[in-house]
Design a protein around this ligand. Structure first.
Ligand SMILES: *Cc1c(COP(=O)(O)O)cnc(C)c1O
Length: 508
């Protein structure tokens, strides 16, 4: 039944808003149950009938369907009515990321443990900025961060904080690297005094395959994108340590000031892992900050067979890790770790209303002191519930499954005549390849067209990237439910589509 709330004449003595809040007492609980059941019902319909990763609509079609429901209403409606309206345009037109043939980006199928914990996170709505807004959550996040740091062999002096993802974590790493350099070398406090005169000469070294958020951070931090020096990679797409050494020498000759090295542990395209231990040695020798961007590869800490790939990660000054990639959590769920917790001081600012200095003296923990955010989600709960219920063994097996499936996929493609595999010996869970039917055809157009055709058919979602200026196709295999058979079917669909396009003479 829809109540017309305009006619109910609310007054300050008898609030009428009960059904809308999950509040203490029977009424709130009853209303909550009804609402959850409605949502569960709709989601069941979506997941019972989603037989393809994508409905295959065009951007125009999707916008047109959305248009009809986008008028905002003054009147009250039932949740059921609202969800009915958006069922087709939004729920059915979403990318069904949990489908076994959804293989495009570093975008994972979420574990049920994470999905249902999202409901708890929202219902409790703790805010992680000050202890009095998250009395238990603050300490749970702290304790979980500590355990994860210990799992990675970081020292007792380490600390960390949950973030919105890899971009934010990388930004924090670059910010602390900058501020620590200025403070320790020049006794210059960036927090109070802004950038030092040398801002124009500061440099950050990273792989040419590093994530673009390194550049973005440098630009936001006032050093400019030009402060990021890309280092060439070897044939396995790993940053060459010899080139790092050469570059450091050259920069110093040019009177430029290297402040940090970023090692990528799992590049976005190839999953390649820079030589962390060697880079740590170089960073130590030159007294530079080492940031390890393990947004993708960090999940390997749970792996049974491949944990060795992240050896040396504990040598980093700061680390980026995303649980919404290889650890199957709903977005958003990132972690930033720091070897020396005292470096968080560059981020802290005391506000009388929120985190007064006295709190520190009284031992009250206000996590806002460690974050670039103020109000912040209790994402740590998802990770905790997942690890507690699945156990690290099962989580590790899932990760191993995807890596082994990726090795199978690369091998399978390599054996075929018409495929060239760029990373034939994949490090993590991506395979980059090109379909090459014959020389008389424009392979860039062909591969681009294969990817798009598959997307619009909706049967399989794969991605494309560029390899030395050429269009290649890419699988990112994050779903532990994807099987060899799924892979063979998608590959044969690529072949069929490729032949059809080629024989149609479109790109001759
Ligand atoms: C995905 C990714 C990022 C960015 O992380 P977000 O969570 O998308 O902000 C950074 N670095 C690497 C290597 C990544 O793969």
């Amino acid at each position: 039944m829809v109540t017309d709330y305009k006619k109910t004449n609310p007054n300050l003595e008898s609030p009428i808003y009960h059904p809308f809040f999950l509040h203490p007492g029977q009424e709130g609980v009853q209303s909550f149950r009804e609402h959850v059941n409605i949502v569960r019902d709709k989601l069941e319909q979506v997941f019972l009938h989603a037989d393809r990763p994508f409905a295959g609509k065009t951007p125009e079609e999707i916008q047109r369907e959305l248009h009809s429901i986008m008028t905002l209403s003054k009147e009250t409606e039932t949740l059921e009515h609202t969800l009915d309206e958006l069922f087709d345009p939004v729920l059915l037109n979403s990318l069904h990321i949990s489908h076994e043939k959804s293989l495009a980006h570093l975008h994972c199928p979420p574990l049920i443990s994470g999905v249902v914990t999202e409901l708890m996170i929202g219902a409790l709505n703790q805010s992680m900025d000050s202890w009095d807004q998250s009395p238990a959550a603050t300490y749970m996040e702290q304790a979980l961060v500590h355990q994860l740091a210990m799992l990675m062999n970081l020292p007792q002096s380490s600390d960390g904080v949950f973030t919105s993802g890899g971009t934010q974590s990388n930004y924090m790493g670059m910010l602390l690297a900058r501020d620590d350099y200025c403070q320790s070398r020049w006794q210059h406090n960036v927090q109070t005094d802004g950038l030092p005169n040398q801002w124009n000469r500061m440099r950050i070294l990273c792989s040419e395959e590093a994530h673009f958020s390194v550049q973005k951070s440098a630009s936001q931090l006032g050093m400019g994108e030009k402060s990021v020096v890309p280092i060439p990679c070897d044939s396995h797409h790993r940053m060459k340590e010899s080139k790092v050494k050469e570059k450091l020498k050259q920069l110093k000759e040019e009177k430029l000031i290297p402040i940090a090295i970023v090692a990528t542990c799992g590049t976005t395209d190839y999953g390649s892992i820079d030589p962390i231990e060697e880079l740590a040695e170089i960073a130590q020798k030159h007294n530079l900050w080492l940031h390890v961007d393990a947004a993708y590869g960090g999940g390997l800490i749970f792996s049974h067979s491949y944990v060795q790939k992240v050896a040396g990660i504990h040598l980093a000054d700061s680390i980026t890790l995303d649980f919404h990639k290889l650890c199957y959590q709903p977005i958003s769920c990132g972690l930033f770790l720091l070897k020396e917790r005292e470096h968080f001081r560059y981020l802290s600012h005391h506000a009388d209303y929120l985190n007064p200095k006295e709190d520190d003296q009284e031992g009250i923990v206000n996590l806002v002191n460690k974050s670039v955010q103020t109000t912040r989600r209790f994402d740590a709960l998802k990770v905790f519930v997942t690890i507690k219920t699945l156990g690290t063994n099962l989580l590790g097996s899932m990760i191993d499954h995807t890596i082994e499936l990726t090795q199978y996929t690369a091998e399978y493609l390599r054996r075929k005549d018409n495929f060239v595999v760029e990373n034939g010996d994949p490090e993590l869970s991506t395979v980059v390849f090109q379909y090459q039917i014959n020389d008389s055809i424009n392979l860039n157009e062909l591969n681009r067209s294969i990817q798009q055709t598959l997307f619009h058919q909706g049967e399989a979602v794969i991605s494309k990237t560029s390899v030395r200026g050429k269009v290649y196709l890419k699988f990112t295999l994050l779903n532990p439910r994807t099987t060899k058979k799924d892979i063979r079917e998608v590959v044969s669909e690529i072949e069929r589509t490729g032949n059809e396009i080629a024989n149609g003479g479109m790109f001759a």
